[in-house]
Design a protein around this ligand. Structure first.
Ligand code: HEC
Ligand code: HEC
Length: 309
């Protein structure tokens, strides 16, 4: 009996130790990896827009006054989720309160691996589970562009999360299970526009973060990719954008590209809700990138908005 108890205790301790080791942040991208990839700030502007970085990292009270202006990136917007409230950090090039002292490798590890320069895990409220698919070239270009933006001196505020979500280490297990870099949709096609569309939607565009349902642990349900989801604002639902009758079956590729440019649907409704900000960003992409996104959205498997549709 006593022996059994000891064995049980040892097993529990063993599992706990195993989990602790498994949850360790994996140092990932070395400083050398980016040396051969010089960043181009002009190309980086397009990456910044498709990535929607300003949508989350602009000030809470920001109002866009000029169409081409880039908001200051001092952070401060609050995002309430089932796990607690996240406060977006300062990602401006301020050396004291922003990311001005970060190396290119620090930046790459944050976006591709969800790891901070201190070696801690980030929460997936920062959509690195999509950005993980970005190329090193895009990361280098993005960093070069963000380095040109004004520094904002604003100290970060802590997130408001209850236990156990307040323990970053636990995210290591989540990442073991859910952080992927392979494409969501296998395309046997070699059409370059389609492949470009896949990259933009699945990677920097992070469209699936809103348009795909999530499981109980907050991870994207890839089996229902872009099939629509509950709105995290608690306000209705986010539409199905797969080519299903309950999604974009009736939209042509031109309709989709037009919507991503002007915000008008084929019925001349105007884009609203959180998608309005996405369209502000996609409107700044090249026409060929918008067409590529449209081609991909028409090529993926059709999934019903609800399993019983
Ligand atoms: C959906 C909202 C959202 C979007 C879009 C977003 N972020 Fe963030 N970001 C966050 C949140 C929330 C955190 C805090 C994560 C944490 O503390 O674990 C964060 C953290 C970061 C950090 C770490 C900052 C630090 O001080 O450690 C960097 C760098 C960053 N984001 C850059 C970007 C870039 C670049 C983009 C665009 C490609 C982007 N973010 C898009 C929400 C977002
Ligand atoms: C922050 C969440 C969010 C992200 C990220 C997002 N969307 Fe949306 N999307 C929405 C919401 C909400 C709507 C509904 C808009 C409305 O009610 O007017 C929508 C609507 C749409 C529609 C119109 C669907 C219809 O039936 O009216 C298309 C097409 C679309 N999104 C494509 C995309 C693409 C492509 C991306 C990635 C580049 C993307 N979305 C990223 C939230 C998002």
């Amino acid at each position: 009996m006593k022996l059994c108890l000891n064995v049980a205790l040892l097993t529990t301790a063993g599992i706990a130790a195993g989990l602790w080791i498994l949850s360790a942040p994996q140092a990932a991208i070395s400083a050398n990896a980016l040396v051969s990839v010089p960043g181009n700030p002009e190309r980086g502007a397009a990456v910044f827009h498709v990535g929607g970085c300003a949508s989350c990292h602009k000030p809470a009270d920001y109002e866009q006054t000029d169409d081409d202006g880039i908001p200051p990136l001092g952070g401060g917007q609050r995002f309430s989720t089932d796990f607690g409230t996240f406060v977006a950090p300062n990602i401006s090039p301020d050396t004291a309160t922003g990311i001005g002292s970060w190396s290119d490798a620090d930046f790459a590890n944050a976006l591709l691996k969800g790891i901070s320069p201190e070696g801690e895990h980030y929460y997936p409220a920062f959509p690195y589970s999509s950005y993980s698919r970005m190329t090193l070239q895009d990361i280098a270009d993005l960093k070069a562009f963000m380095d040109t933006l004004p520094a904002v001196n604003r100290a970060n505020e802590p997130h408001e999360l209850g236990f156990p979500f307040s323990v970053r280490r636990g995210l290591g297990l989540w990442k073991q299970l859910y952080l992927r870099t392979d494409p969501v949709i296998a395309l046997d096609d070699t059409d370059t526009s389609l492949l470009r569309g896949r990259y933009l939607v699945e990677g920097p565009g992070h469209c699936g973060e809103c348009h795909s349902p999530r499981n109980a642990l907050g991870a994207t349900d890839y089996s229902r990719w872009l099939g629509g989801a509950a709105n995290p604002d608690g306000d209705g639902s986010i539409p199905n954008i797969s080519p299903h009758a309950s999604g974009l079956a009736d939209w042509s590729e031109n309709d989709i590209a037009e919507y991503l440019s002007s915000g008008f649907t084929p019925e001349y409704d105007v884009v609203g809700s959180s998608m309005a900000e996405v369209v502000e960003n996609t409107a700044r992409l090249s026409g060929s990138d918008r067409s590529a996104i449209a081609a991909y959205l028409k090529a993926i498997p059709a999934v019903a908005a609800k399993p019983d549709d």
